[in-house]
Design a protein around this ligand. Structure first.
Ligand code: ZN
Length: 161
């Protein structure tokens, strides 16, 4: 496995639309492994392939330690409710904002064996699914943020935790 370089906001690759994976080759499974390692190293709870410069519809999410979702060609097929919570992004270090996301989402994706799976996410997991899938269409959370947090607000937020 290898650590990949995470592109930062301003890199034009982050604004491109990623192409679907047509065939799950060893290159794709290696990409999944490397993305999980890179996400963990960066203390993130999700990473999308375009963030490491690969314009393919591939996402990894790990909101609770050990529970890894590997999503190939993910599609959100249902949503319910809403939540306004703080969001950040490994490609936009040091910035956080409030975004509105569904409280529940259902995602359909292929796993690394090419099997179609359905996953349900609630709360943070729902948010992570939406955030990472947005990356595949060149959308960053700052595009959707209702409000970006000031350094003072951010400090207050973490003190309340
Ligand atoms: Zn992100």
């Amino acid at each position: 496995m290898a650590l990949l370089q995470i592109l930062k906001d301003g890199d034009e690759l982050l604004r491109k639309t990623s192409r679907p994976v047509e065939e799950i080759t060893p290159r794709i499974t290696t990409l999944l492994d490397d993305m999980v390692e890179t996400m963990r190293e960066a203390n993130g709870c999700g990473l999308a392939a375009p963030q490491v410069g690969v314009l393919r519809r591939v996402v990894v999410v790990e909101c609770s330690p050990g529970k890894v979702y590997e999503l190939i060609n993910p599609v959100i097929v249902a949503t319910k409710g809403k939540q306004n919570e703080i969001e950040g992004c490994l490609s936009i270090p040091g910035k956080n904002g409030i975004t509105e996301r569904p409280m529940y989402v259902t995602v359909e994706a292929l796993d690394r064996n090419g099997k179609k799976k359905r996953y349900k996410g609630e709360g943070l997991l729902a948010r992570a699914f939406c955030h990472e899938i947005d990356h595949l269409d060149g959308i960053l959370f700052t595009d959707k943020a209702l409000h970006m947090l000031t350094p003072e607000e951010l400090k207050e937020y973490y003190e309340e935790e």
